[in-house]
Design a binder for this molecule. Sequence first.
Ligand code: ASP
Ligand code: MG
Length: 402
Amino acid sequence: MLIVKKFGGTSVADKERILNVARRCVEEYKKGNEVVVVLSAMGKQTDVLLTQAREINPNASKREIDMLLTTGEQISVALMAMAIDSLGVPAISLNAFQVAMHTTSVYSNARLKRIDSERIRNELASKKIVIITGFQGINQVDDYTTLGRGGSDTTAVALAAALNADACEIYTDVDGVFTADPRVVPNARKIEEITYDEMLELASLGAGVLHNRSVEMAKKYGVQLVVRSSLNNTEGTIVKEEVSMEKLLVSGVAADRNTARIAVMGLEDQPGVAFKLFNHLAKHNINVDIILQSVGRDGTKDISFTVSEDNVDEAVEILERHREGSLKCHGIDVEKNVAKVSIVGAGMMTNAGVAAKMFEALYDAGVNIKMISTSEIRVTVLIDESYVDQAMKAVHDKFSLA
Ligand code: ASP
Ligand code: MG
């Protein structure tokens, strides 16, 4: 079997952990498997490098930032090769350049386009464990690029697809994907199996276990994933197309505190108003999430929407700039102390009343809902941030997820 194993920063944070990972890889190798290892930078190294960059030049170019960040992963792969070698198994580390992992040209947020697998295959054929830098690639002009924070997961999935691997295992510091964040909901439970679509919703809600692009890619190429702990031998969570057991109504509850609401009041109730408003934001690459438009009254209407808290100041500034001109609105209101709480479950598609049940749980807990949005397999509410923990517990209980 050819197995791709990805280890995150906490799993390679120091010498002991590197040796621990090395032993796990050697164990797999000694069963007669071909082993490809993808690593993140050690511990918080990527943050440390970013801070260093900012201290030297707050406006450093993204090209140089990527040049800097790629060193993080290069350190961990080289040390891992040394660790595996010390255990008596031949190993070789390769960076994105040596493999040739081709990406789009955008620095700091590149997308993988193509991976040359020849070098990796040759090294595997000569019985080596091959250790590859996560998170990085090279672009058309042979510069280093990075795939966005958390991007090593995507490297692992892309490699598993390119090498037609038999398994892709994502090792982390938790036992798998949980029904809710155990720090908030103490009786949250590990999920055994989850569909790509559910995982995608949870990943984009900031559940934090997998990079959402990695899940998109796994779905596209049919790569089955296992998310499990590098610190113990507990079986993890399997992420795949269809789960074999009866689909649960709701698989998990997630919260995203990094969100803010903007309300634009007294817009003209005419065609083109929403277009103008959101086009101003789109031009600045500001992503909008939940959108709510009021019923028109006296020729005016209100539109409110959420954006990531990182973008809210910029978004308001852009709108203020157009307030008198193309927008002609009466007021712009901002609320930062809001959060999204969502339930996700493939079983929702075929069951009525799931949303109502969630709203009932929130009502019983005395939580006021500010906005609502739904997809086929998700219901999201926007609430006051101070109620998040309470809301999550209430909803988790209501659907008996413990
Ligand atoms: N080292 C990178 C980061 O911290 C990539 C990763 O860990 O997946 O974001
Ligand atoms: Mg990660």
